[in-house]
Design a protein around this ligand. Sequence first.
Ligand code: PMP
Length: 390
Amino acid sequence: MKLFDVYPVNPINIVKAEGSYVWDNTGIKYLDLYGGHAVISIGHTHPHWVKRIEEQLHRIAFYSNSVQIPLQQELADLFGKVSGKNDYQLFLCNSGAEANENALKLASFATGRKRIISFTKAFHGRTSLAVAVTDNASIQAPVNENPHITILPFNDENEFADTMDKIGHEVAAVIIEGIQGVGGIQVAEADFIKLIRKKCDEYGSVFIADEVQCGYGRTGKFFSLDHTGISADIYSMAKGMGNGFPVAGIAITPEIAPKHFMLGTTFGGNHLACAAAIAVLEVLQQENLMQHASEMGDKLVQQLSERNIIKNVRGKGLMIGFDVPETYKDLRKNLLNKHHLFTGEAKPNVIRLLPALSLPESACDQFIKKLDFEISYINQKNVEAISVSG
Ligand code: PMP
């Protein structure tokens, strides 16, 4: 049977991983600055995480939400403590798209309204509402067309304020990534976030922060919005939450009251997922990983900014993006194939760094050294090409 071919894949078979490193089936060791798409938070196969999951597996892996699962409350308590959102309510599910789908649906339930505002270059997932608020027509099927969605220019205060003043009383939710991931590491300005808060309060709309990629400590604070001092009404999260174990959730303001059956899931919040998520929060705390991410991020940003071919270095903590000029378009590919270094990309010419929050300082140095080597190699090739054509 064939696999449904939806991804262009690198011809690399990773069979082993530890911390910030992965190994392929031929024994080649790679430095992972991509974190399997921002998923690896506390480091691949962290021993505490493995132990927690292993122990849980021997007790019980799954039972449905029709019975008490005390691990969910344990997770909620720890989550409240580490995130500082102790007064919020936690709903557990399985993926980023599902988290956003539930967040948007809940906002509509809570307000009785239908309209949703999102922003250009946003990525919120592939389920029906999540993809409708995503700014990419090519991944929307005809059935995903949704007349209730308005996509406004990212960081454009005037346009947003004008729109809210016109339709704010019909708007159920405004959804934004504090730092856009798939959109190429674009940081929402603090004033823009403050304006969203203000207009949502004025018109009774729900402010949803999609923290699926930029949350869970990645930017050096628990939520990327924490850098602005503003709180959202709902935070969606996934990727780093389980360090690779599929677990996701939404943190919901105490102002939104639950009703039985308004949300639901079979797998969400299962025993094994909770064990993985608890282990992540424990390690995040014990190893002070948010502060570490902040320090390593500052170091990388500073060093990248000093390389003159690298443009627009941006991001926070270990969510970093930079532009690469057309003449260096092979840089990312060469970093992987020649230097065994995984990075992320965003179209057309952005390199994204989304490593584990535990990235060792020696790995940062290793990356910069290999980057310099490759930049001078490409420089050399470019000079040769010019002299041949000249
Ligand atoms: N929101 C954001 C910001 C994301 O980056 C992603 C995944 N790239 C999603 C939602 C969707 O997450 P998932 O693939 O787990 O459904």
